[in-house]
Design a protein around this ligand. Structure first.
Ligand code: PGA
Length: 259
């Protein structure tokens, strides 16, 4: 951590109806204090069908929880059945748009070029992209984790200016750690975050790299968040399973109090 504001993001994946989402946001908001918001920005990524309800409850109660989408169309509009455009998400008050999650890459055939197009689509609607990158187990075992992940970062950021990049969020999520209970060691996660930041220095500038927030994701829980946050280059977490329980997610947001 440093001058960068911590960011804790709950990725709900395919969970919660819009009714359940309202209950969740109320429970989370009930648990978070001014101190928590002073320490970390808190965001949730609900399914598209719950975004409107999440917006309504957050606006009505003036909650400080931010929200965003788990995916975004590369297109602004047109004959793309099933897609949701950045302009629609911006109109719903989304702050973030997650792009390049490994589950999208794996189950929906998203390659680096499409991830880059989605990231550009988010930027053009003034949404903050959260660009997810990370290696599979075979890639790590072959000793190629760093080059693979840095290459994903470079490809994802193709054509993005330094000014645009400074506002972005990068999520390092080793695929073998997602939903498996296997967590990267804090040292390994910290090392990768450092490599990603070094790549940002090379691509843009030291100032830009200093501004970008880098999250770790992959089996983050209240019981392991503190050691991850102790790494200089890790600024927060992208949390899947553990974020589904608002009490557990609130504990993650309050990482300094965890053991
Ligand atoms: P997990 O998921 O916390 O359940 O491992 C993280 C993610 O996929 O963003």
């Amino acid at each position: 951590m440093s001058e960068r504001m911590a960011l804790m993001v709950g990725n709900w994946k395919l969970h919660f109806t819009h009714i359940e989402a309202i209950a969740y946001v109320q429970k989370l908001a009930f648990r978070l204090t001014d101190d928590d918001y002073a320490r970390a920005e808190v965001a949730v990524l609900p399914p598209f069908t719950a975004l409107r309800s999440v917006q309504t409850i957050i606006d009505a109660d003036r909650l400080r929880i931010r929200y965003g989408s788990q995916d975004i169309s590369a297109h602004p509009s047109g004959p793309y059945t099933g897609e949701v455009a950045g302009g629609m998400l911006a109109k719903l008050g989304c702050t973030f748009a997650l792009v390049g999650h490994s589950e999208r890459r794996q189950h929906h055939g998203e390659d680096d070029a499409l991830v880059n197009a989605k990231l550009q689509a988010a930027l053009s609607c003034r949404l903050t992209p959260i660009l997810a990158v990370g290696e599979s187990l075979p890639v790590r075992q072959a000793g190629n984790a760093i080059s693979h992940t840095v290459n994903q970062l470079r490809a994802g950021l193709a054509g993005v200016s330094a000014e645009q990049a400074a506002d972005m969020v990068i999520a390092y999520e080793p695929i073998w750690a997602i939903g498996t209970g296997e967590v990267a060691t804090p040292a390994d996660a910290g090392q990768m975050a450092g490599e990603l930041r070094a790549a940002l220095v090379e691509l843009y500038s030291a100032a830009c790299a200093r501004a970008v927030r880098i999250l770790y994701g992959g089996s983050v829980k209240a019981s392991n968040i503190r050691s991850l946050m102790a790494q200089d280059d890790i600024d927060g977490a992208l949390v899947g399973g553990a974020s589904l329980d608002p009490e557990e997610f609130a504990r993650i947001v309050r990482w300094p109090a965890q053991s």
